[in-house]
Design a protein around this ligand. Structure first.
Ligand SMILES: C[S@@+](CC[C@H](N)C(=O)[O-])C[C@H]1O[C@@H](n2cnc3c(N)ncnc32)[C@H](O)[C@@H]1O
Length: 249
């Protein structure tokens, strides 16, 4: 019989606070066609990635798979991981039975060997993590020599500005939690994320062994000007997201 020593303590895994499972289909529909993802964030990531034909790419926090699909269309060999089984179900419908998709929490070690990928893309996921250190160390481990990490996150000044406009006075220099209510597909759920100062981001990248190759603040795709005139104007004056290309070594 297997006995558990009395002093044995099961490791506790912090639970994910955000219920992406219940939003999966509605989030996917908004992401597929809305200006923020379809005409701003995704084109920017693809432009930073450049020619990806033949590259082995880990889409970390792949959600319902729209970026995975675009990278695969461009000839990359893509693997997607996400903590939300619901988001991965939608990804499976989009990408088909053969797509390499796994449930994985980016706060835990990744289920891949050292050097398995040429690029890791982390699109709009890192701001859900309070501590970037272990995750970035894992990204560094699974990248082959010369590999790249391509990141988009909520722009720290944009989040800070919204907090000020809403009457809160967070300390810019701290990493602080923000909880918003998202209403999608008739459901309202709290969404919690972490805002951190720019220097905390760049320090985390360099401490994990990355060299910063590019910091991007792109403009939205001009094709969105007529489709979303107000949001286009707003994004043309103030950014929502911040982008990084990091290199190993
Ligand atoms: C804003 S969505 C972005 C999805 C996708 N990257 C895109 O741009 O379409 C954030 C995604 O991060 C995932 N996520 C949040 N925390 C995570 C964690 N700790 N580990 C893995 N995925 C996580 C969510 O389940 C969700 O699918």
């Amino acid at each position: 019989m297997h006995t558990v020593p009395e002093d044995h303590v099961e490791p506790t895994r912090p639970v994910l606070v955000n219920d992406y499972d219940s939003l999966a289909e509605a989030y996917d529909a908004a992401n597929e066609t809305g200006i923020q993802n379809a005409y701003y964030e995704r084109p920017a990531i693809l432009a930073l990635a450049g020619d990806v034909a033949g590259r082995r790419i880990l889409d970390a926090g792949c959600g319902s798979g729209p970026l995975f699909a675009k990278l695969r269309d461009r000839g990359a060999v893509v693997t997607g991981v996400d903590a939300s089984a619901g988001m991965l179900e939608v990804a499976r419908q989009r990408l088909g039975a053969g797509a390499e998709l796994r449930v994985a929490d980016l706060r835990e070690p990744l289920p891949f060997p050292d050097g398995a990928f040429d690029d890791v893309v982390a699109s709009l996921v890192l701001h859900y993590l309070e501590d970037w250190g272990p995750t970035l160390t894992e990204f560094r481990r699974v990248l082959a020599p010369g590999g790249r990490l391509i990141v988009s996150v909520d722009h720290p000044f944009a989040v800070y500005g919204i907090q000020l406009m809403e009457g809160r006075r967070p300390n810019y220099f701290e990493t602080y939690n923000v909880t918003e209510e998202w209403t999608m597909g008739g459901r309202t759920v709290p969404m919690s994320f972490w805002n951190r100062p720019l220097h905390a981001m760049t320090d985390a990248f360099t401490e994990a062994g990355f060299r910063i190759s590019r910091i991007g603040e792109p403009l939205p795709d001009p094709a969105a000007r007529e489709l979303f005139p107000d949001e286009f104007r707003s994004l043309s004056n103030s950014p929502s997201f911040l982008f990084f290309v990091l290199e190993t070594g």
